[in-house]
Write a protein that binds this ligand. Structure first.
Ligand SMILES: Nc1nc2c(ncn2[C@@H]2O[C@H](COP(=O)(O)OP(=O)(O)OP(=O)(O)O)[C@@H](O)[C@H]2O)c(=O)[nH]1
Ligand SMILES: [Mg+2]
Length: 297
C-alpha cells in the first residue's frame, strides 16, 4: 500500500439495528459474502454481538476500505420474557460503543407500531451517519403494504436503499455508501479474519438455527446451545454439544418421539457444518434441563 492509498483508506464499525426478524443477520452475511450469523424465521434469533468484516479494494474512483458490521439482537416487544430484557440491554450496550455508521433495517411487510418506534428511538439521537435499509424487496407488491410509510422515513437518514438481503440484490450500492461514510482509518481486522466469534460459538449457533427450523412453533425461545468439546481427528471431527432448556416438557419436545426430532436437528446441523468445514463430522447432541441458561447469555 502506498502512502497516499493508506491515507484515503476508510475503516470503521457499522452497526445493524432493527426489529427482530427484519433480516439484519441475513444482511450481515450477504454484505460479508459468507455465512457468519445464524438466521431464522423465528424472532430473537440473534443474542450476541457478532462482527462480520467486509474488505473493499480501492478503485480509480473510490478509496478502499474495511467495514466491520456488527449484528445486534432484534428489538422485540415482549416484556414478560427475561431473555428480551437481556437482549434489549445488549443492543443498548453495543450502541454505547464507538460506532461510525448505523444501518437501520426495516421490513415493509410489517406495520409501523410501538415496536418499530421503540426500535428507531434507540438510534435516532446518535450523531453519526445513518442508512435506512428497506429489506425484503423481493416480496410481492401486495405484501409490502407499508412501503410508502417507510419510504417517507428516508428524509431522516443520510441514505436509503431498497434491497433484498436474501437474494443479494442491490447490495453493491449499499457497500459503496458504507465505505463512503466511514472515516479515514487503517485496517482494523487482519487479512483473512472475518469475524469475532470463535468456532465453538459458531457451531452452537448453527445447531440453534436448526432447532428453530425443525420446530415451527411449539419449541420455546427458552433454549440455548453449548458446544462443550471439539475433537479434530484425522478423518472426522467429533463435536459434543448440549441443548439447554427450562423445562422437562420442552426437553421431551426437542427429543421427539423415538428421538426423531433430535435426529433431524443433528442431521441438518451436521450437513451444514460438514459443508462449511469440509470434513466428516460426528455430532453428539444431548438435551438438558437447565433453568439458569438465560443468566449465562
Ligand atoms: N423475503 C425475504 N426474506 C428475508 C430477507 N432477508 C431476510 N429474510 C428472512 O427473514 C427472516 C429473519 O431473518 P434474520 O436475518 O434472522 O432476521 P434478524 O433481523 O437478524 O432477526 P433477529 O436476530 O431475531 O433480530 C428469515 O426467515 C430470513 O430468511 C429478504 O431479503 N427477503
Ligand atoms: Mg439476527
Amino acid at each position: 500500500m502506498t502512502e497516499s492509498e493508506k491515507k484515503s483508506f476508510k475503516s470503521g464499525f457499522v452497526v445493524l439495528v432493527g426489529r427482530s426478524n427484519v433480516g439484519k443477520s441475513t444482511l450481515l452475511n450477504t454484505l460479508v459474502g459468507t455465512k457468519i450469523a445464524a438466521t431464522s424465521f423465528r424472532a430473537q434469533m440473534t443474542r450476541n454481538e457478532i462482527h462480520g468484516v467486509m474488505n473493499m479494494p480501492g478503485t480509480d474512483l473510490h478509496p478502499g476500505g474495511q467495514a466491520i458490521f456488527i449484528d445486534t439482537p432484534g428489538v422485540f416487544k415482549d416484556k414478560k420474557n427475561p431473555l428480551t430484557a437481556k437482549l434489549t440491554n445488549k443492543v443498548k450496550t453495543i450502541l454505547e460503543q464507538e460506532i461510525d455508521v448505523v444501518i437501520y433495517v426495516v421490513d415493509p411487510s410489517r406495520e409501523v407500531g410501538d415496536e418499530e418506534r421503540a426500535s428507531f428511538g434507540m438510534i435516532r439521537h446518535l450523531n453519526i451517519p445513518k442508512i435506512l435499509v428497506i429489506n425484503k424487496s423481493d416480496l410481492p407488491k401486495n405484501e409490502k403494504e407499508h412501503l410508502p410509510e417507510y419510504e417517507s422515513w428516508a428524509k431522516d437518514f443520510d441514505a436509503c436503499f431498497q434491497l433484498s438481503a436474501i437474494n443479494a440484490s442491490h447490495i453493491q450500492p449499499l457497500r459503496e455508501k458504507v465505505i463512503e461514510l466511514l472515516p479515514e482509518g487503517e485496517q482494523l481486522y487482519t487479512d483473512g479474519q472475518l469475524t469475532n466469534i470463535d468456532n465453538y460459538f459458531w457451531m452452537a449457533e448453527i445447531i440453534r438455527e436448526k432447532i428453530f427450523s425443525v420446530f415451527e412453533k411449539e419449541v420455546p425461545y427458552s433454549m440455548a446451545v453449548e458446544v462443550d468439546n471439539v475433537e479434530d481427528k484425522p478423518d472426522v471431527m467429533v463435536i459434543s454439544a448440549r441443548i439447554l432448556t427450562n423445562e422437562e416438557r420442552y426437553k421431551k419436545i426437542i427429543i421427539g418421539r423415538g428421538g426423531l426430532k433430535i435426529k433431524e436437528i443433528g442431521k441438518m446441523a451436521r450437513r451444514e457444518l460438514e459443508q462449511a468445514i469440509n470434513k466428516k463430522i460426528y455430532l453428539e447432541l444431548e438435551v438438558e434441563v437447565d433453568p439458569h441458561w438465560v443468566e449465562r447469555i
